[in-house]
Design a protein around this ligand. Structure first.
Ligand SMILES: Nc1nc2c(ncn2[C@@H]2O[C@H](COP(=O)(O)OP(=O)(O)O)[C@@H](O)[C@H]2O)c(=O)[nH]1
Ligand SMILES: [Mg+2]
Length: 246
């Protein structure tokens, strides 16, 4: 199984410098890393290029012209990884909110499931201790709201730390995904759910970033809430794939 980790970046120079060596220290055979960078003014892309000298053929940067959004960065990154033959694909943020050592468990669990989700909302999963209550409540509510409207049984539908089998992503209509903010995660899970794929969640501790700045705003959260209704309407034509039809 050749795994590729896809990481979208915008001004993550400090984080990426620490994250890349950590990922390659993990006990994962033939691991590759694909960074999708949107021309970060802080030189994130150049830093990744320097790392490719130390880890030849194992790390690449996919440079896009400008800040085109994090959803489309993931979609293009997934398509590139599939085209290059990745057998499983991990998605994670660059800012250490997703614990790098948990990638091993995500990939091991993927052997018996179609999609594995790093989850904050199952026993032993947790949001950053230092988050104020209102922020925890907002996150929990957003998650509950999307789950109810889309009738999803997965507990964490907004988190962005996931592992996908090649076959799962390859059978999803990635070209139809329009979300660019938080709703991107919801849209992907909804599509996979409608196609009948099997999920598993493993607990993670979601830490707030220490370095760099968040690119998400309150407006993006609001957009996500409205977008959930569009997502519900948009994929009514999708039915479970033949292999899941009982
Ligand atoms: N390529 C790309 N990456 C982005 C963009 N917006 C955010 N990201 C990356 O997506 C990940 C999550 O964003 P972040 O700002 O940490 O969101 P938050 O955790 O919700 O505050 C980080 O690795 C960001 O660098 C974008 O427009 N383009
Ligand atoms: Mg973050």
């Amino acid at each position: 199984m050749q795994p590729t980790i896809v990481i979208p970046t915008y001004n993550e120079a400090e984080n990426i410098t620490k994250l890349i060596p950590l990922l390659f220290e993990l006990p994962i055979e033939s691991l590759k890393v694909l960074i999708v960078d949107d021309g970060s003014p802080d030189g994130t892309g150049d830093i990744v290029n320097e790392f490719s000298i130390h880890y030849p053929n194992r790390i690449a940067v996919f440079q896009r012209g400008g800040k085109l959004g994090f959803g489309s960065a993931y979609i293009q990154g997934f398509q590139r990884a599939l085209a290059e033959g990745a057998e499983c694909i991990v998605q994670m943020d660059a800012d250490f909110s997703h614990p790098p050592n948990k990638v091993v468990e995500l990939l091991n669990t993927l052997e018996s499931h179609d999609v594995v989700i790093g989850s904050r909302y199952i026993p032993d999963g947790q949001l950053d201790d230092n988050w104020p209550l209102w922020r925890k409540a907002l996150s929990a509510f957003g998650n509950y709201y999307a789950r109810e409207i889309l009738r999803l049984s997965i507990k964490d539908v907004t988190g962005g730390f996931r592992a996908w089998r090649r076959e799962t992503l390859a059978s999803m209509p990635l070209g139809r995904v329009r979300s660019n903010g938080y709703s991107f995660q919801i849209e992907m899970i909804h599509i996979a759910h409608r196609l009948g794929f099997r999920f598993h969640e493993i607990p993670i501790y979601f830490a707030e970033r220490n370095l760099g700045e968040s690119k998400m705003s309150f407006q993006i959260q609001l957009e996500a809430a409205l977008r959930v209704w569009q997502i519900r309407m948009a994929y009514q034509d999708l039915k479970p794939l033949p292999q899941f039809d009982q």
